[in-house]
Design a protein around this ligand. Structure first.
Ligand code: FES
Length: 102
């Protein structure tokens, strides 16, 4: 398993998301009230970018068709999204956000 550094935690304000490219993946780093979550940036429904979506609590609305996902689990919670998006285990260390990749 490898730890991949994504960004400084301070770069992601609470209630916002940051798009990060790392390990050949486009990822969305979310800060929900100081807790960090990382999902794939790509919506499972189409070309939407989750880091560009509107965040309401722990739910993000895709900027393309308005489908929604539960950020901590990646599960779809509003159509037209029906497939989950990948989520990654997050580690905070030295003021930075890292994810674990197998
Ligand atoms: S591309 Fe995200 S809801 Fe359609």
């Amino acid at each position: 398993m490898a730890l991949i550094e994504l960004c400084n935690a301070a770069d992601v304000e609470p209630g916002t998301a940051l798009r990060v490219e790392a390990a050949d993946r486009l990822l969305a780093v979310f800060n929900i009230d100081g807790a960090f979550y990382v999902t794939a940036d790509a919506c499972s429904h189409g070309p939407g970018s989750l880091s560009a979506g509107a965040i309401e609590g722990d739910v993000v609305e895709c900027d393309f068709h308005g489908g929604c996902f539960h950020i901590p689990t990646g599960q779809p919670v509003k159509p037209p999204c029906t497939e989950p998006v990948p989520v990654f285990a997050v580690t905070l260390r030295d003021g930075k956000v890292w994810i674990e990749l197998p």
